[in-house]
Design a protein around this ligand. Structure first.
Ligand SMILES: Cc1ncc(COP(=O)(O)O)c(C=O)c1O
Length: 482
């Protein structure tokens, strides 16, 4: 890098300091000096360019004031951001902590944005059939809480969650009440677990492909991610990974998995637990889709099969009721619950009381299970509808897909030579969104795969969504053969 600056630094009539600023700024803008790069010490650069140290100091200060460089006492000066548009009044990007800039993947936020963009038909969002949400029962439950105990709704609540909801969950899911901690969504649980269990450099073995939000949270905590092929689900392969990487934890979403829809059979579940026990690795079982079977209940959860208390169980009301509730929960050993409560308290003193109390009431009244029965039927119908539409509108042989028996997703593989990311650009331009497979791999892979959510559009929009997608695939094939 030093020699490239040296090569480009030709003497001009311009003030030397302005010339150096322009040169470094251009290198940062082009990505030749990416964020995190350490620029040469002032004295070294001055000697190499045969200019005064004061000139380099002034140039670095100018770039620091624009938020492009940041100096750290004893460590040096680093590139911290790309230039902002001319006329930006204050260089806020330059103030963002280096740790925050290191992992600022916005894919998940983009998926959510697409789902709320009224101009797009979104097959991207992971939403259940929210048009079937039990609005009346929910309104009654809210009204009941506000009539009988408004203070419980409006006071501060315990970080672990409202006792009434913890009790209802403990009974409904047969877990000890003290093991339950209420979350503002399962994503919060993943982030808390990552903060609680991961030190930078620790390995985490996780589903490959696997849930994007887990990849992001574990990565942000500094984990080294090691993928276990969840479709092959080869237990020898897993043992190999445990021996080779000595991971801090295993993360899996073993039932109607996001994104593949796969479910681990009971034998693999038992073997997985045996290995985890043998190598003393805790398992985070993400059970967010477990209740969403179409007809037949899935095999017992890892938590139910666990005799050694090594499973941390994560669940959410997002996929069974509505993601807008922002309500999830974790069941874990008391020491983990305790530690997680301390970390949660720092960022989110407690999950909103009113939603907790209303959902607790729906569970106790049986309205929650009645709703599950409704959406299981509805989701099965929409899955069949989407597969039928794909058969009608997607060119033959262009898309291979599995047939899930629950969950929310169809996991599809494009014919060789087609790129899911290129297809996504076409699809967005024609008004339909999905998620390209690359989002779900902890390593660079997945550009032949895509995930379609079969419950996030209304049945009346399904045909049109798939017709648009099919048209984009046909166009992509045409330009491939051109
Ligand atoms: C496997 C998995 N875990 C966790 C989450 C996060 O769910 P929540 O909306 O409860 O934060 C999702 C959402 O897509 C998911 O698919």
């Amino acid at each position: 890098m030093l020699s490239s600056i040296e090569r480009q630094f030709v003497r001009t009539q311009r003030p030397l300091y302005g010339h150096l600023v322009a040169l470094l700024e251009a290198a940062i803008a082009k990505g030749d000096l990416p964020s995190g790069t350490r620029v040469p010490p002032e004295r070294t650069l001055a000697e190499r360019l045969r200019i005064s140290r004061t000139t380099v100091v002034s140039a670095y200060r100018e770039l620091e004031s624009r938020g492009l460089l940041r100096g750290y006492v004893g460590r040096g000066t680093f590139v911290c951001a790309a230039p902002e548009p001319e006329g930006t009044p204050f260089a806020w990007r330059g103030k963002i902590a280096a740790a925050a800039l290191r992992w600022s993947d916005s894919t998940l936020r983009d998926i959510v944005r697409h789902s709320s963009d009224a101009r797009l038909l979104s097959l991207a969002a992971g939403e259940p059939a929210i048009d079937k949400f039990p609005n009346e029962a929910f309104q009654d439950a809210v009204a009941h809480v506000l009539r009988t105990d408004p203070a419980a709704a409006w006071r501060h609540g315990p970080t672990e969650g409202q006792p009434a909801l913890r009790d209802a969950i403990a009974e409904r899911y047969a877990v000890p009440r003290d093991s339950v901690l209420i979350l503002s969504g399962a994503q919060q649980g993943l982030d808390l677990l990552a903060r609680c269990l991961i030190d930078p450099g620790d390995a985490v073995v996780m589903d490959r492909p696997g849930y994007l939000g887990a990849i992001q949270s574990f990565r942000a905590a500094g984990a080294k991610l090691v993928g276990w092929d969840v479709l092959r689900a080869d237990i020898d392969e897993l043992e190999d990974l445990l021996v080779r990487y000595r991971p801090k934890l295993i993360y899996t979403n073993p039932t109607f998995q996001n994104p593949t829809g796969a479910t681990l059979p009971i034998r693999t579940r038992r073997e997985l637990l045996m290995l985890a026990q043998r190598y003393r690795v805790p398992i985070v079982e993400d059970a967010t889709y477990r209740d969403l079977y179409f007809t037949d209940p899935p095999p017992p959860s890892l938590r139910e099969l666990d005799d050694h208390n090594l499973v941390i169980y994560l669940n959410s009301f997002s996929k069974v009721m509505a993601p807008g509730l922002r309500l999830g929960w974790i069941a874990a050993a008391p020491s983990i619950v305790d530690q997680i409560a301390i970390i949660k308290q720092r960022m989110d003193p407690h999950t909103p009381n009113l939603v907790q109390l209303a959902i607790g009431r729906l569970i106790r009244q049986g309205a929650f299970d009645a709703h599950l029965r409704t959406i299981r039927l509805e989701h099965a119908k929409r899955c069949a509808q989407m597969i039928g539409a794909i058969q009608r509108h997607v060119p033959r042989g262009a898309l291979r897909l599995g047939r899930p028996s629950g969950g929310l997703y169809l996991w599809c593989r494009l014919a060789p030579g087609l790129s899911a990311n290129a297809l996504l650009d076409r699809a967005l331009a024609s008004g339909v969104a999905f998620v390209a497979g690359t989002a779900f791999y902890p390593d660079p892979a997945g550009d032949s795969d895509l995930r379609l959510c079969f419950t996030s559009v209304l049945p009346s929009q399904m045909e049109e969504s798939i017709r648009k997608l099919g048209g984009c695939i046909a166009d992509a094939r045409l330009s491939q053969s051109a």
